[in-house]
Ligand binder design. Structure first.
Ligand SMILES: CC(C)(COP(=O)(O)OP(=O)(O)OC[C@H]1O[C@@H](n2cnc3c(N)ncnc32)[C@H](O)[C@@H]1OP(=O)(O)O)[C@@H](O)C(=O)NCCC(=O)NCCS
Length: 245
């Protein structure tokens, strides 16, 4: 990142913090964003910090944390209309190319340790709650409404927006889609390209396919890089195989 980028990032971040937060929070500068992020509709209260630990740069938005080799623009967008609100309950890192769109009266709340890769998208008209220690892969999309109404000819409107609840320590694989009413419990993994639309009641499960179904139960996952783990395993094997002298 060159000097000009750094200056522009600081200027935009200063402005955003002072627009959305009350003075005592704004002066701590919790948001550090790239100047490539387009902010739309934000006002006092559009973003809230629901944590006692507020420190400089704890919410990073729009930086190049994307998976190696992933192509795409640097532009990100955060659009919060009217009384819509984005709540951070701790440290968060939202990569470049993300898109967050929160409509009037809607609420998105994310837990501490939130991380999402490039081109992750949230579209919220009602309520989306995500627990602590979440990771989302690239091109994941979460939307709690269908965007257009459907009417049953006899019974009227049939597709209202529905809350989405994602538990603690959930990993959404790249390109996965989470639709209205989805409930994903603690510890679950959603496979690449899978579509979750219902309620999975099992914790620590692997969900795959469209619609996503449980294919494994009783699993745990780790944020670590798989290459590091495999390397460590190989090193362990090598040293075990070496003759003791
Ligand atoms: C979800 C995932 C992590 C599970 O890995 P795993 O536990 O090793 O699962 P397996 O490969 O043993 O697959 C289990 C079953 O689910 C199926 N399956 C796995 N992933 C699938 C997917 N994304 N869509 C559809 N089916 C899938 C397999 O074909 C297999 O079916 P079978 O039992 O009938 O043969 C992995 O499949 C995946 O999606 N990886 C990509 C994660 C990702 O997006 N990473 C990018 C960085 S966030």
């Amino acid at each position: 990142m060159n000097l000009l980028d750094r200056i522009l990032n600081k200027v935009v971040s200063y402005r955003v913090n002072h627009i959305v937060f009350p003075k005592e929070i704004a002066k701590k500068m919790p948001i550090y964003c790239s100047w490539h992020v387009k902010w739309s509709g934000i006002q006092k209260g559009s973003i809230k910090m629901d944590t006692d630990q507020i420190y400089k740069g704890m919410i990073q938005i729009g930086f190049d944390r994307i998976a190696e080799g992933l192509l795409g623009g640097r532009r990100s967008i955060v659009s919060i209309t009217g009384n819509g609100c984005l709540i951070f309950r701790g440290k968060a890192d939202l990569s470049q190319g993300i898109s967050i769109c929160i409509r009037d009266e809607a609420q998105v709340s994310v837990g501490k340790g939130f991380y999402c890769n490039g081109y992750f998208s949230i579209r919220c008209r009602k309520k989306i709650t995500i627990g602590d220690d979440f990771i989302g892969g690239w091109n994941v999309s979460i939307m709690d409404s269908d965007g257009h109404p459907i009417f049953d000819l006899n019974h009227g409107f049939i597709n209202p927006s529905k809350d989405i609840v994602i538990g603690d320590h959930v990993w959404l694989g790249a390109e996965s889609r989470i639709l209205k009413g989805a409930v994903i419990p603690n510890g679950c993994i959603v496979g690449l390209g899978s579509i979750v639309s219902g309620k999975n009641i099992k914790e620590n499960a692997v969900l795959v396919g469209s619609p996503a179904k449980v294919v494994k139960e009783g699993v745990v996952w780790d944020r670590g890089d798989i290459a590091t783990i495999e390397k460590a395993k190989n090193l362990a094997n090598i040293s075990l195989e070496e003759p003791v002298v």
